[in-house]
Ligand binder design. Sequence first.
Ligand code: ZN
Length: 248
Amino acid sequence: MKRKAFIGIDMGGTHSRLCVLDKDKNILHLEKLLTLKLISNGLIEGISSLIDENVHRLNVKVERVIIGLPATISKDRTSVLSTPNLKVDAHEFDSLVSSLESQLNCKVELERDVNLQLAYDVEALKLTDKNVIGCYVGTGFGFSVWINNDIYVGANGVAGEIGHIPYGDDGKVCGCGKKGCLETLVSGTQLKHEYESQNASYPISDFFSQQSNQSYIDRLVANLAKAIVTSVNLFDLMLSYWVEGLLT
Ligand SMILES: [Zn+2]
């Protein structure tokens, strides 16, 4: 009898990751690959092939698949509404879930990547009975809310898109296509633009330590702090939790 397995895929703007777990949460396989390479023959073909080759190699029966995306997801978690930080059109995801469910004969779900990250963090840090916000500065500015022992997804499944409130630089266009979103001030993308504009001789990972006295960093941190304080006040949180993500 084949082992039961659970598959998680994290699709980022630059890299994607696949993880295969057994029923006891032991990692059977973990790999990282370029997103552009993964989807070079099409989104559905790429993800389907990636899962298929690992399922056969590990000789497992897949029980569930969840795919994390830097995107807004429909309330039923089967389609993508917008992909501001992913170079894939939202409509390309339209038949991904149904295609994979037919292939694997198991439940397949899409989810906002920050919701998955916060769900992991509250469990790992034993905060499940608290009210928690997660702020993750990655390519964009990810934000997620944990209330009443669950992720809060809102009426249409898109709660927590604070990166796209009109609280940014009106002269800059956001990845979502609108001008002046918060992500035009607070995001890994803007941080990278600033780093590249300085023609620095050190890697971007040293940007904060090298620029610690510069006004750009002061403004970035101040804007980030304002967004977090606003969120804490908005949700009347007893506890807030902030994790800084990586530019990956
Ligand atoms: Zn935006």
